[in-house]
Structures are given as structure tokens and as C-alpha cells.
Write a protein that binds this ligand. Structure first.
Ligand code: SF4
Length: 388
């Protein structure tokens, strides 16, 4: 079996070449938001590119501040989500990483994560005259049968929209294969996380965060499954020699893409993040007892950010127990208002359950909103309180 590193490098290269290749081959390109049902689009031969993921790459390449600064030239408020600011800034920035994303033929936005994405795509559509399709998801609730026809109708309209703009039809066998691969990739993704229930954990939080990319770029393809299978096998083969009495932490919310390790530089073998729940947001549930459309409706309606506040808090609370953590670090992320709304109620719940927690304020992509010294001080004093 190829190494996980080589499979990941291949997925990354193929994704960033896919736009140029699509242009040469006359295949349509769509910009999509993170929780778009890409299986439908890929089964219609559409190449899907993710501006949010591109913003992550820009931030990890230390370009976020300059690119966000460039967005001010187009008069964007600096209060907006920094992913959108980086994306807007790319149009005014002389050397964006990988030369920027190619112009799309269509835009597909969803509101199952936030209200920002469809406004962001609406603006792109207006400015560049690109056809836009928005999928509206009611907030996830246990009675999914009430919302199912509404979402299914929109999926049918999406197929018509793509047919109209590309002349491509949906390949239902391909759709079924995509869903099978997506389901398998999610199962493997969860298994990878669960390795860290072990003491000591075999993976660092950085390794898990840096393994997220195939869940976007290659979900629904065998290569994402190959990558996660290889990584699990490699990690299972390594006996971790770290100390077994270290303090175990859960990092709630977004990592910080601009930091070399994606997390502040104050963790070590004796004080380690064993789970970042953000990466599990991509673990969608594709039930296999119903048809393909139902599997997609279920997976994309029940995204973490589309859940009720109570459900989200129960989920994090359960993770804290399942991974036997000693404390929780809650990242109050300036950019993401929907995620930000969970922080104080979550802290209160953890407090009631006597799970120590601390809130740190920053941003997932805007390095200018990060005060390294302040964050480090707060985490270090949290460490001291846990060690007493
Ligand atoms: S970070 Fe939050 S606000 Fe920004 S695009 Fe993602 S979900 Fe939306």
C-alpha cells in the first residue's frame, strides 16, 4: 500500500490542477461551500472547488493578513468572516497561492453551516455574472420527514440547474458509487479519531487537522478512503512511547490555520490536545438503508452547525467523556458567528459537569486577530489549574 503521505500529496496536486485541467477538457467548474452535496455535482462531471479551503491554504501560507488587507480595497468590512475576506482579497492581491482559483461556471451555496456563505456567493454572482444556486436547509430536527420533501425538491432543481448550464446529465450509478465512498471515508475518518481514545494517543491534533483535506477535495472517491486506510494502518503500527499520565484536552472549535502546528505552541507530551471536535464536523452520516437521495438529505441536513444549540452542547459534552479529557479549550472564533454562539452555553454546561474549561479568543484564519502571548498565558494558567 502507498504511504498516506504520498496519497495526500497526490490528492492535493490533483485538486489544485483540476481547475486548469477542466478548462482544457471543457468540463464545468463550480465553486461550492463546504457542505454542498458534491456527490450530485461530481456525478454530473462537475469539478468542485472550495473557496473556504483555498482560504485555509492562504492562511497556512502566511498570506492571510496581506490578502485580508487587499479586501479593504474593495471596501469590505473587516468584521466579515475571514474566509470570505481572503477570497475577496485574492482578486486584488498580486501573487495569490497557486495563482488563485480559476473562474467558475457556476456557484452552489448552502446555509447548513452559516448565513455567510450564501451572501458571499451571491456577491460573487452579482459581481462576476455567474449563475448561482442556493440550497436552503431548515435547522436539523428529529422530525426529518417534515423537511425531507422540501430538500429533495431543491436537489431536483439543482440537477436541472446544472443540466441547464452544462448540458450534462446525472449518472445515477456514479452517484451511488460516490455515496458509498463518502460513507466509507466518513467511517474511516471517525475511526482515525477514535484511535486517540487510547492512552497515550497515537496522533497529535495537528496530524488529524492536517489530514482533513481529502474529506473535502476527494470525498466520494476511492483515493480519500485509500488515504485514511493507509494513515490508520501506519498509526496502528506505531507504539507511542509518550508518557501515559499526561493531561488530555479537547479543543472545541476551529484550529488556527496560520499557526505552524494549527494550535498555539504550548502543548507537549504531558499536556496534549487529543481531540479537536471541529474535524469531526466532517463526519457526516449517510444512512444506507434508504435510497441515495435520502442518504444525501440526511447527511447534509445534520451538519454540526445546522443542529440545535442543545444538540451541539450534548455532543461536545459526550465527546469530552468518550475521550476521557481533563479539560476543554473553547476557541471563540471571531469569524464564525454561528459557532461563536455556542461558546458561553457550552462553558456553562461543562462547568455544571465539573469539566474544567477555558475560553480563548482569536480567529481561524486571520493572523492579525491572534495575540500569541495572551493566548499562551491563558492556556498556561489553565494548565496550572489542572495540575493542582
Ligand atoms: S467560518 Fe463560519 S462564517 Fe465563515 S464560512 Fe465557515 S461556517 Fe461560515
Amino acid at each position: 500500500m502507498a504511504s498516506s503521505k504520498s496519497i495526500l500529496a497526490k490528492i492535493f496536486a490533483e485538486y489544485y490542477l483540476s481547475g486548469a485541467q477542466a478548462r482544457q477538457e471543457g468540463r464545468p467548474i463550480a465553486y461550492v461551500t463546504a457542505f454542498t452535496p458534491v456527490e450530485i455535482l461530481r456525478a454530473m462531471d462537475v469539478v468542485c472547488l472550495f473557496p473556504e479551503s483555498y482560504a485555509v491554504v492562504c492562511s497556512a501560507s502566511n498570506k492571510s493578513q496581506e490578502m485580508i488587507q487587499a479586501s479593504t480595497m474593495a471596501s469590505f468590512s473587516q468584521d466579515l468572516c475571514s474566509y470570505s475576506l481572503i477570497s475577496f482579497g485574492a482578486d486584488h492581491y498580486p501573487r495569490p497561492p497557486y495563482g488563485g482559483l480559476p473562474r467558475p461556471d457556476m456557484l452552489i451555496a448552502t446555509n447548513n453551516q452559516c448565513g455567510t456563505t450564501f451572501l458571499w456567493f451571491k456577491l460573487l454572482s452579482q459581481k462576476q455574472n455567474i449563475p448561482l444556486f442556493i440550497i436552503d436547509y431548515p435547522a436539523a430536527n428529529p422530525n426529518q420527514s417534515a423537511t425531507r420533501p422540501y430538500i429533495e425538491e431543491q436537489y431536483k432543481e439543482l440537477i436541472k440547474f446544472v443540466q441547464k448550464h452544462t448540458d450534462r446529465n446525472i449518472n445515477t450509478q456514479e452517484l451511488n458509487e460516490q455515496i458509498i465512498c463518502s460513507r466509507k471515508a466518513c467511517d474511516l475518518w471517525l475511526r482515525l479519531h477514535e484511535l486517540n481514545k487510547e492512552v497515550p494517543p497515537p496522533l497529535t491534533a495537528t496530524e488529524i487537522v492536517d489530514s482533513l483535506f481529502p474529506m473535502l477535495a476527494a470525498k466520494g472517491t476511492p483515493s480519500a478512503c485509500d488515504f485514511y486506510e493507509a494513515l490508520i494502518e501506519e498509526k496502528q503500527a506505531i507504539r507511542n512511547e509518550n508518557s501515559t499520565d499526561s493531561l488530555r484536552l479537547l479543543w472545541h472549535g476551529y484550529p488556527m490555520w496560520f499557526l505552524r502546528k494549527r494550535f498555539p505552541d504550548c502543548f507537549d507530551d504531558a499536556f496534549q490536545v487529543v481531540l479537536n471536535d471541529y474535524t469531526l464536523w466532517w463526519n457526516l452520516d449517510y444512512p444506507d438503508e434508504q435510497g441515495d437521495m435520502d442518504a444525501l438529505i440526511s447527511a447534509y441536513s445534520k451538519t454540526y452547525l445546522n443542529r440545535t444549540l442543545n444538540h451541539k452542547i450534548d455532543w461536545v459534552d459526550a465527546l469530552a467523556r468518550d475521550y476521557s479529557v481533563d479539560g476543554v479549550i473553547c476557541h471563540a472564533n471571531r469569524s464564525c458567528r454561528r459557532a461563536l454562539a455556542d461558546i458561553v452555553p457550552l462553558r456553562d454546561r461543562l462547568h455544571k459537569k465539573e469539566i474544567p474549561s477555558v475560553i480563548i479568543e482569536s480567529d481561524m484564519a486571520h493572523a492579525g486577530c491572534y495575540s500569541g502571548e495572551q493566548v499562551k498565558l491563558r492556556i498556561e494558567s489553565f494548565r496550572e489549574s489542572l495540575s493542582i
